[in-house]
Design a protein around this ligand. Sequence first.
Ligand code: PMP
Length: 361
Amino acid sequence: MPSIPQRYRAIMRPAAAAMEPYDPQAADVRINLSANENTHGLAPSLRLAVDRALAKVATNRYPDPLAGDLRAAIAQVEGVDPAWVIVGNGGDELIFNLFLAFCDDGSRVLTCPPTFAVYGIYAELVGAQVVEVPRDPKTFEVRAREVVEAAASARVVCLTSPNNPTGTLVDPALVREVCAACPGIVLADEAYMEFAPAGSSARPLLNDCDNLVILHTFSKAYCLAGARVGYVLANPGIISALAAVRQPYSVSSLDQAAALAVMGRRDAMAPVITSIVDQRELVREELAKLPGATVWPSAANFLFVRLPHAHEVWERLRDEHSILVRDFSANPACPDCLRITVGTPGENAAVIKALSQLVKE
Ligand code: PMP
């Protein structure tokens, strides 16, 4: 994607003019383990259910703006009233809308790098100031005391659990403490929570913490990254604020129908999720055997690994083995680190074999 010509940059909002077009750095590869998708795809019975649901969608009509049926299904599964749920065009849109609704010029958005880059980008777009409380560089745990302290002057605190790219959890007890300390909103981004041990979610805090926003997505465990559907659980007052700033038709009828079909049969996803979790532990053991490697525990569907000459390894993995993983080696918060999505057993075996070969050379 070409850069923005100066002719237009000069007349853009300064916060937008400072940006560059998003470059997904997509590569046409045999095995793509770079985006934390569920590489198994939908099981045939689920795919059939989605296809049937899509066939019934009236494409000549606008979608239901608040996705009533899907909202009700999510509410039932999450054990809340539908007033506590809002659906968005992927988690990304909900993060953007959260900042749009709650951040003003100079509002502080607290993040704990290395973490999901979108928080920083969207915060800057709406004119907010990003305040970083870096994670412990050895363990990648959040620095609890510093976060609680900085939360006192934050408009939004972003706590990602499990964290992307490190796989680290945030203790719900800390989420509670941060909610108490923060006069603004606390975002518990649980995009990968389906892969984490039971009891890891901040969900039980919802009733007590009226500034807690929990984010979920259908893009990861639920195999619908292509459909673009996410949702937020929060106090109905926060849901109203998000509903006020959203584009009414941002979630298409087709996407709503696909997500509803999957939500109704989510039990059918369980074996794949269990297999990914089991595979994650096997891949972790294998990665730890590579000479010079450090691999961190992960509660998500990916692993974070430090390897000698990681950038070169990443390049050769792509060019010589046609396997794409995500390169974080240039990020000062995590030098020489790569993030590897846990895929099917065959994909995982292929990436381990290729890495073993490359690291030995
Ligand atoms: N949160 C985290 C931590 C993520 O990694 C992602 C996707 N990479 C999202 C939210 C948003 O996901 P989506 O927009 O696909 O729902």
